[in-house]
Ligand binder design. Structure first.
Ligand code: MBD
Ligand code: FE
Length: 257
C-alpha cells in the first residue's frame, strides 16, 4: 500500500470516528447504520450510493487543476467495451418513435488545435430512464458507443433523447434520499462523455438540456451552467453541440503513484 493510500485511509477512519463522537452514537444506532450499508451492498447499490454523495467532491478537486473543459460526474453506469459508432447509436425497436437527438462537437487541445482520432465514450438513459448493460437486461450495445473524431477534430452521431431520470429509488439509496434525508432522487436528462486522446488528459463530463426538468435541482449536484447546452434544433431534431478542450496529460510518474 502506498504511503498516500495509508494516510487517506486512516484520515477517513478518523473523520468518521469524529462524527460518531460528536453525536454520541449509540450501539443500536451504530447497528442500524451498519444494517443499511449491508442492505446497500446486497442491492448492488454501493456504486450508486458512493457516487450520489461523493463523486461531486472528486469533480470539485479535479477541476481546480483543469484549464480546459471542466469535468463533471461520471456516475456509476459507465461500461468499458462499448461498440464504436459511425452514425447512429443502436436503437431498440420499441424506442424508434422516441424523439431523436444529434450529438456533435469538436475536440481540441488547450491551443485550440483540433485533435483527430480522439475517442469519446458516450452513454445515456433509455426513454424509460434505464442504462443498458446495468438495468432490466438491456444489452449494452444500446445507448452507448465510442465516437471517434475526424481529421478536423469533429465528432457527430445520432441517438434518441435521454429523459429526466430517477436514480433507482426503490432500494436503500432511494430510501436514504427520500425517506431519511427528505430529499428526492431525480436527475435532469443528461449525456455522459469520457474523452480519451493520446498525450492529453482524459475528460469525464456530462451535458444537460436547457429548459429540462430537474436541471436546477439535481439530486447528485452535477449541474453547472457551463454544462447546460442551449436549446437548438435541426430539421426538428434536438442538437447537442458540445466541444471539449483537453488539458495535457499528467506526468506519468504522478498518475502511477
Ligand atoms: C446516474 O445516471 C448518474 O449520472 C449519476 C451521476 C448518479 C446516479 C445515476
Ligand atoms: Fe447518468
Amino acid at each position: 500500500m502506498s504511503e498516500r493510500t495509508k494516510t487517506i485511509t486512516l484520515d477517513i477512519i478518523e473523520a468518521v470516528r469524529d462524527v460518531l463522537r460528536k453525536h454520541e452514537v449509540t450501539f443500536p444506532e451504530y447497528r442500524a447504520g451498519f444494517a443499511h450499508m449491508i442492505k446497500t451492498q446486497e442491492a448492488g447499490e454501493i456504486p450508486l450510493l458512493i457516487d450520489v454523495y461523493l463523486n461531486s467532491t472528486i469533480v470539485e478537486i479535479e477541476n481546480k487543476k483543469r484549464v480546459g473543459s471542466k469535468a463533471t460526474l461520471q456516475g456509476p453506469y459507465f461500461l468499458e467495451n462499448a461498440p464504436v459508432v459511425e452514425d447512429e447509436i443502436a436503437l431498440r425497436g420499441q424506442d424508434k418513435e422516441h424523439p431523436r437527438m444529434i450529438m456533435r462537437g469538436k475536440v481540441t487541445d488547450l491551443d485550440g488545435q483540433p485533435v483527430a482520432g480522439a475517442v469519446i465514450d458516450v452513454w445515456h438513459s433509455t426513454p424509460d430512464g434505464k442504462y443498458s448493460g446495468i438495468h432490466d437486461d438491456i444489452p449494452m450495445e444500446f445507448y452507448r458507443g465510442k465516437l471517434v473524431t475526424d481529421e478536423d477534430g469533429n465528432y457527430e452521431a445520432r441517438s434518441i433523447l435521454p429523459v429526466p431520470y430517477q436514480i433507482p429509488n426503490t432500494g436503500p439509496t432511494g430510501e436514504l434520499l427520500e425517506k431519511h434525508l427528505d430529499y428526492h432522487s431525480w436527475r435532469p436528462a443528461h449525456i455522459h462523455y469520457w474523452v480519451h486522446a493520446d498525450g492529453l488528459r482524459d475528460l469525464i463530463t456530462q451535458a444537460y438540456f436547457e429548459g429540462g426538468d430537474w436541471v436546477d435541482d439535481d439530486c447528485c449536484d452535477g449541474v453547472d451552467d457551463e454544462f447546460i447546452v442551449a436549446e437548438a434544433f435541426e430539421d426538428g431534431v434536438r442538437v447537442m453541440e458540445v466541444d471539449f478542450r483537453l488539458d495535457p496529460a499528467l506526468a506519468v510518474a504522478k498518475a502511477a503513484e
